[in-house]
Design a protein around this ligand. Structure first.
Ligand SMILES: [Ca+2]
Ligand SMILES: [Ca+2]
Length: 79
C-alpha cells in the first residue's frame, strides 16, 4: 500500500510539473519567446533558485539554481 501510494504521488508530481518541462528551453522569463530579454532575466537572476519559476527553462545544468554557468550555457546555445 505504501509503495503504491508513493508511486501514485510520484506520478502526480510529474504530471503537475509537466507544463514547466514543456516550456521552451531558453525562455527564461516565460513569455513564450526566446530573445534578448531572456539573457537579461537570466543575468538578473544570478544566484537565485530556479525551481517552480520560468527560470527553470534556463537552468541548463539542472542544479535548481541560476548561476554564471547557466548564463554561459545560454550564450552558447544562442550562438
Ligand atoms: Ca522569453
Ligand atoms: Ca543551474
Amino acid at each position: 500500500m505504501f509503495r503504491r501510494t508513493t508511486i501514485l504521488l510520484a506520478t502526480l508530481g510529474l504530471i503537475l510539473s509537466a507544463p514547466a518541462a514543456l516550456a521552451a528551453a531558453g525562455d527564461c522569463n516565460g513569455d513564450g519567446a526566446v530573445d534578448g530579454a531572456d539573457l537579461d532575466a537570466l543575468v538578473a537572476a544570478n544566484n537565485t533558485l530556479s525551481e517552480g519559476t520560468s527560470l527553470a527553462n534556463c537552468d541548463y545544468d539542472g542544479d535548481g539554481a541560476i548561476s554564471l554557468a547557466d548564463v554561459n550555457a545560454h550564450l552558447a546555445a544562442s550562438n
